[in-house]
Design a protein around this ligand. Structure first.
Ligand code: NAD
Length: 246
């Protein structure tokens, strides 16, 4: 499966799921820009890709900061060409009982998880529209289906991102740019390991008796980014090991 050397942006690819997505898109011949506030992690992902013979650049960027996003997009275009594929993966997932969420924390989660993707899409969509081809993949969360204890802010932000994905899919359907989403179930990353969950015990409650791997999410993203997925927009590939169906 080839992405024909197109330029891809993966936000939050200095760790976990984003890293696996960046590596997979590079294996599929995309030139990948890794945008992350974790500069060391981003550089490590880029090195992993380069060492495997791929093309990648690491950019230290806060994906909720409009000026930083603009600068990151300019650098990406200059080094890799117009952006053709965007994976909005950067996110934070605090656990806070609802009555303890202060207004600043609520705003922060929305700013990073929802307003960030809105800003990044605005920045790179003109490249895709000019080319008449583009792929936007938003990493949402299975928690929108299930709810999640002490995550009123997080689930609100991911639900908003799901709504945005569908609205933009419809608005840009004639343009050659598709918008889809991948809601992960429980995936073994630093984020999951930081959560107040006994991962090994929880895994036994899942249909497949295991949590997912970052590569499971990357595979769904690779398909949605490919030529073969050109007639798929506004859709969801739920990657949760069968925990939620339909
Ligand atoms: P992670 O914490 O391992 O990685 C997240 C990355 O995003 C980090 O490198 C972090 O530095 C980066 N990031 C955070 N805020 C940023 C910002 N403002 N600008 C740029 N980069 C930023 O987490 P993960 O598990 O790999 O999660 C990736 C995505 O998948 C997130 O959107 C998360 O909500 C979603 N998700 C994860 C799971 C899971 O079980 N791991 C489940 C559902 C959804």
């Amino acid at each position: 499966r080839s992405l024909n050397g197109r330029a891809a942006v993966v936000t939050g690819a200095g760790s976990g799921i984003g890293r696996a997505i960046a590596i997979r898109l590079a294996e599929d011949t995309a030139k990948v820009a890794i945008w992350d506030i974790n500069a060391a992690g981003a550089a490590e992902t880029a090195k992993m890709i380069e060492d495997a013979g791929g093309t990648a650049i690491a950019i230290d960027a806060d994906c909720s900061d409009k000026a930083a996003i603009h600068a990151a997009a300019e650098e990406t275009r200059a080094k890799l060409g117009p952006v053709a594929i965007l994976v909005n993966n950067a996110g934070i997932a605090p656990f806070t009982p609802f009555m303890d969420i202060d207004d600043d924390l609520f705003d922060k989660v929305i700013r990073i998880n929802l307003r960030g993707p809105y800003l990044v899409v605005k920045e790179v969509l003109p490249d895709m529209l000019a080319a008449g081809w583009g792929r936007v993949i938003n990493i949402t969360s299975s928690s929108v289906q299930s709810g999640s204890f002490a995550q009123g802010h997080y689930v609100s932000s991911k639900g908003g991102l799901m709504g945005m994905t569908k609205a933009l899919a419809l608005e840009f359907a004639p343009s050659g740019v598709t918008f889809n989403m991948v809601p992960p179930g429980f995936i073994d990353t630093p984020m999951l390991r930081a959560a107040p969950i006994d991962v090994e015990a929880f895994a036994q409650t899942l249909p497949m008796k295991r949590v997912g791997k970052p590569e499971d999410i990357a595979a769904a993203c690779a398909y949605l980014a490919s030529e073969e997925a050109s007639y798929i927009t506004g859709q969801t590939i739920s990657t949760n090991g069968g925990r939620y169906m339909g």
